[in-house]
Design a protein around this ligand. Sequence first.
Ligand SMILES: *Cc1c(COP(=O)(O)O)cnc(C)c1O
Length: 357
Amino acid sequence: MSFSNIKVTKSTSDRVKSYDFENIKFGKTFSDHMFMADYIDGQWTNLEILPTQPLSMHPGNMALHYGQALFEGMKATKSQDGTPLLFRLDKYVTRINASSKRLCMPELPSEVFLNGLRELVTLDQAWIPPQSGSALYVRPFMFAMDNHIGVRPSFTYKFMIITLPAGPYYARPVSLRVEPNYIRAAVGGVGEAKAAGNYAAAMYPTKLAHEAGYDQILWLDANEHKYIQEVGTMNIFFVVGDKVITPATDGAILKGITRESLITICKDKGIEVEERPISIDEIIEAHKKGELKECFGSGTAAVIAKVNKMGYKDQDYMLDDHFPVANMLKETIDGIRAGVIEDKYGWMEKLPILTSV
Ligand SMILES: *Cc1c(COP(=O)(O)O)cnc(C)c1O
């Protein structure tokens, strides 16, 4: 089976046979293979799948010095009969190219991304965990490859995909600190791009939030410190009264694919959704009136993270441990991804089952 002109070197490892899928520690165990392609002389070339292994690079690599590096995060799941499934591929292709444009990196043709992804996940399908809610996390990324000191865009790049098993996120609810001083992104900046540097910039304020006893930061806008943006690597939703509200994507907020999927599901279920600017004062006011029913983050990794506490100006606002909307949304997305809820939106793509593994 081959999707295109990808050179494949198979691993001889049988690590997957002894891997404990009941006890996944996310982030450290990588599947057997990785995909790579090089951008040289204005062309994507050297498409290759090979055993996951270290790269060697020159110390003058421009990505290390000037930060031309971006990534994506996706999930591969399995249906009940073992068919590997991929979610909303078109959206991830569009977004990686929006990120690369903003960072002055080359466009990635969808067939390089998608054929590499399809062939890699098909080959490593034994690494897709079987339980609903768990997945094979897929990390596509691109970075500069010129060896050059002096700020300019690189002429050469590498695009890669690696994958890692991820367990079901039975995550406990998280606490958020409404960040009083630092910002994540400003309109006109790179907040809409999954630029590696955005995450480095958030680490110090996040460390301060941890020291103050919170799990993550709820970011406010850069101009007025008034309007809610998002959380860490998640978009944010509130249920106020019987409405779902979420900040409109204004150029500083990452356009989450989970966010968009949740909005679609809500509307389909007859739940009213508003995308608009939301001030922190509005949320505190709704809490005081008893109208703030739920707060949750959305992103590919957790799907949904429930929020049970928000710290703002030296005061903690607690939320009920009762999340009917968040639970319904998570069950729906997980169900579609596990092939047990009808995919009426056409979000899933099936990959062939390999019988020889
Ligand atoms: C990836 C990410 C999200 C979530 O996007 P999804 O497409 O739902 O995974 C939200 N915010 C930030 C900053 C992110 O990096």
